[in-house]
Design a protein around this ligand. Structure first.
Ligand code: ADP
Length: 193
């Protein structure tokens, strides 16, 4: 199983990514988590990543690819991956397709989780009030949502045209979202692996 999770911040892609990875027995690779770990590790690269994340800006593609590629290569060798938070732009989508081709894996689905901005904002502010992430402030949240609409949004038609888009309403309880994702996936022909 090789699939992508595309979702605006706050849609719950981390939760759903974990569940899908458990279900299909493949690794959940969360781009934001890997980048946060690299930032925590410090050093010049870590500080650069931390600065982008703090502003809610996209980390440069080459940095993202350097961090993700070895993890994706290893997961592909073990049967696939749930890639959460990558790609986030058309150039990244092309890089993701090239990487998959090089590894001999087929991207089987792109799961798109959607919810109204007001719902997403409320979730992130709630998370922040419980001691969550430092990029969950009102200004940075607004910026992340705008960046999602402008830069990541074009991926929706891109994967739709390729016949692998599964769009799911994320403004529901987590179990209902999981059920809808599974129903959507079973509606795709996943026999191309
Ligand atoms: P969210 O989707 O809630 O913003 P993530 O953990 O997925 O949370 O991402 C947090 C931050 O990590 C982003 O704001 C961005 O700075 C960086 N990041 C994550 N994925 C990518 C990516 N594919 N390309 C560039 N930057 C990324």
């Amino acid at each position: 199983m090789t699939l992508l999770l595309i979702a605006p911040p706050g849609a719950g892609k981390g939760t759903q990514g974990e569940r899908l990875a458990d279900r299909y027995g493949v690794r959940h690779i969360a781009a934001g988590d890997l980048l946060r770990a690299e930032a925590q590790a410090g050093g010049p690269l870590g500080r650069e990543i931390a600065a982008y994340q703090a502003r809610g800006d996209l980390v440069p593609d080459q940095v993202v690819l350097d961090v993700l590629t070895p993890v994706v290569v290893e997961a592909a060798a073990r049967g696939g991956y749930i890639l959460d938070g990558f790609p986030r732009s058309l150039p990244q989508a092309i890089a993701a397709a090239e990487l998959a081709a090089r590894l001999g894996v087929t991207l089987q689905a792109a799961v798109y989780l959607y919810a109204p901005d007001a719902v997403l904002t409320r979730r992130m502010l709630d998370r922040a009030s419980q001691g969550g992430r430092t990029d969950d402030t009102a200004d940075v949240i607004r910026h992340r949502l705008e960046l999602f609409a402008a830069t990541t949004g074009p991926l929706i038609p891109y994967y739709k045209e390729r016949g692998i888009l599964v769009a799911v309403n994320a403004d529901q309880p987590p179990d209902a979202v999981t059920a809808d994702i599974q129903a959507g996936l079973s509606g795709l022909s996943l026999s191309r692996a």
